[in-house]
Each structure stands twice: as C-alpha cells, then as structure tokens.
Design a protein around this ligand. Structure first.
Ligand SMILES: *Cc1c(COP(=O)(O)O)cnc(C)c1O
Length: 357
C-alpha cells in the first residue's frame, strides 16, 4: 500500500543542526557558531530552564492547569479574552489549527514568495491549494498592501509575515489594515509575528479587537529561546475563537512547554538582552559585512553574496553556519542570524574573508 498522493507536498528544509555539521566536518560542536535558524544565541530564558527542571516531576499529568494558566496570562498581556488565545505545538502548530478551522477541501491560500515554507505545507495538509504573491528584489522586497493585493484572487487565507522571513522587512499596521479591508469578507489575514518582539511599533493584535478577519501568530521559539520546547500561540477574533475547541489536538502544548512559557514571560532581563543584542548585531552586519544587506526588523540579516550554496559551504568549513537561502528561491543570498557579539563579529570576519577569496 501507499500513502495518499503527496506529490504536491514539499519537505521543510530546516537550517542544519550544530551536531550534524560538526560530525560531517569532524569538528568540535563547541567550535561552531550556528547562525542558521534564528534561534536565541543566549539559549533559553534561565527562568524557563528552572521551570522545565521542576516540570519534570509533574510530566506524568496532562497539562490542565498549566495550559489554562498560560492562556490566561497571555490573554491578560494582550488585553483579550482567554478564548482568543490558541496555544499550539510551536507557531507551526497554530498555523495548522488555523488551516483546520478555515479551509474546506480545495480552498486556496495566498502565501509570500520568498517566504516561510510552512504556510503552504500546512494548507496542503488540510486539502487546500496554494497561490503566491511576489516580493520583488528589485523593489527591495517592499511589503505594502499593493504587494499582496495585486496577486490576491479571493483566497480564503492570506499570510503576512511581519517582520518577514527571510528578508527582515515588515508591513506597517496600515498596510495590514488595508489588506484586511480590501480582501473579501470570507478572507482571513494571518499576521505572522514570530519576530514581533524584535521590531519596534505596534502588533497587529491591535486590529483583532475591532475586526473578525485578522489573526496574529506569536512564538516562544525566537525571543524566549524555547525553539526546542515547541510553543506558540495565535490571537484570534472573539467571534470565532470557540472553533479552537473543535480543531485542536487535545493538550496542544505540553506540561513542560506551558511551564517554560509561563516562566519565560516573566523573565524580562533575558528578553531585553536578546532584543538589544539583536539590534546591535543587525547594525554591525550592515556596517561591517562586505556584501549588500537589507534593513531588518528581526533577529537576522539577509545578505547578497553571489553563490549562496558555495559561500555557505566554505563558511561552514570555517566553523560558521548560516542559512543558504536557495530553498527560499534566493540562490544568491544567505541569512545570518544575530548571534552574541562575539559570534556576530566572528561570522562577519569569516564571511568577509570567504567573500574576498
Ligand atoms: C520561526 C518561525 C515561526 C514559528 O516557528 P515555531 O518554532 O513553530 O514557533 C513561524 N513563522 C516564521 C516566519 C518563523 O520564522
């Protein structure tokens, strides 16, 4: 027997892991600088680490209280009701819940290109079809309402990434509002703010109050350093928030994840240090890297280096792992995650040497 026809489905290509690369190259993992997956260079919030240790003792229980507590705490922070917070197994899990709640078989979604691969994957899992709107490099990957609307054709869900991965650009709130206004009544605009904490300016959660056609995605993977724990959430309109109970996998976020998330939300020092260092690193890369870059509002910088696969490979042999953006459709670009100051300096200096040879 065979699975169903999966020929239209693509495989997610993650940045390479440090152990994997170290093994391949016969290097010590401790000598490698990994700036390929937009993870937190400081590791998890120390408060979350402590909470994870403690949660080990209660891992035999389903996460009832912790799930409710985290939902409530997030609702409080955003000034929405608890029902409007949809926890998931990473932001990716939340994308699945939104697709489950929105898509009938054959419905179409509109995704950015270049952009985050999982939007389309998730839609296809839910028997949806995928169309694309195009960010133009000639236009510095500008993110305006027109960028999206010129390719919009009554899709059921439109995905906006703000700040955008992999370019680092963002939509301003008026642009998001215009997209929501100009698209059909039955079109949901999902604003993916996985990097929202790194950007200045208001969150699209502001729009969720007054509209029923905007939902916002957030994650604990980036600023809170909990990518390995898998925890994210959506903020959705009150009018259809109750759909969560019908579409979620029971106990969508684990006991360990919920406890870690609760602790991380109170660890302002770790989050502030992360955001400040990312801002420093972005400036450092713009100024010191001998390659064109684009302004970023996230914890990474996109740079044009020529043959990205070749450059990333040589750089990796020198112990610095960056993301070759070929799989994003940008074979001339690499994406460099903001590291600690030392890591960022080393990455820029190694990359400059590779570029000059
Ligand atoms: C990292 C990321 C996410 C969420 O990742 P999770 O680890 O599943 O929370 C979502 N969207 C974009 C654009 C991302 O880069």
């Amino acid at each position: 027997m065979e699975p169903r026809d999966l020929s239209a489905h693509t495989v997610y290509q993650a940045g390479r892991g440090i152990e994997e690369v170290a093994r391949d190259l016969g290097l010590d993992p401790d000598d490698l600088v990994k700036l390929a997956s937009n993870e937190n260079p400081f590791g998890p919030s120390p408060a979350a680490v402590e909470a994870i240790r403690e949660a080990a003792a209660t891992a035999s229980s389903y996460p009832k209280a912790s799930h409710a507590d985290l939902t409530e705490k997030l609702a409080d922070e955003w000034g929405v009701s608890p029902g409007q917070i949809w926890l998931g197994n990473g932001g990716d899990g939340v994308l699945d819940y939104l697709a489950r709640a929105m898509l009938e078989p054959g419905d179409t979604v509109l995704v950015p290109e270049p952009g985050f691969a999982y939007y389309g994957m998730s839609a296809r899992f839910h028997h949806g079809e995928v169309e694309r709107y195009h960010l133009s490099k000639a236009d510095d990957f500008a993110l305006t309402a027109e960028t999206v609307l010129s390719d919009y054709d009554d899709e059921r869900v439109v995905y906006l990434t703000s700040p955008h991965n992999p370019t680092g650009g963002r939509f301003d709130l008026e642009a998001v509002e215009t997209v929501a206004d100009e698209t059909g009544e039955d079109t949901l605009v999902v604003v993916d703010e996985a990097y929202g904490e790194f950007a200045e300016g208001p969150s699209a959660v502001e729009l969720v109050d007054s509209r029923d056609d905007v939902a916002v995605l957030r994650t604990f993977s980036k600023v809170y350093g909990l990518a390995g724990v898998r925890l994210g959430y959506g903020v959705v309109p009150e009018t259809w928030a109750d759909a969560y109970a019908r579409v979620n996998t029971p106990f969508a976020a684990s006991e360990v994840a919920c406890r870690a998330g609760l602790a991380a939300l109170d660890d302002d020092d770790h989050a502030e240090k992360t955001v400040e260092t990312a801002a420093w690193a972005r400036e450092y890369v713009y100024e010191r890297l001998d390659a064109p870059t684009w302004e970023s509002h996230a914890n990474f910088v996109l740079a044009e280096v020529g043959d990205a696969a070749g450059v990333a490979d040589v750089l990796q042999r020198r112990g610095v792992i960056v993301r070759d953006c070929t799989s994003f459709g940008l074979p001339e670009c690499v994406r460099i995650t903001c590291g600690t100051k030392d890591e960022t300096r080393r990455a820029v200096s190694e990359l400059n040497e590779v570029l000059s040879s």
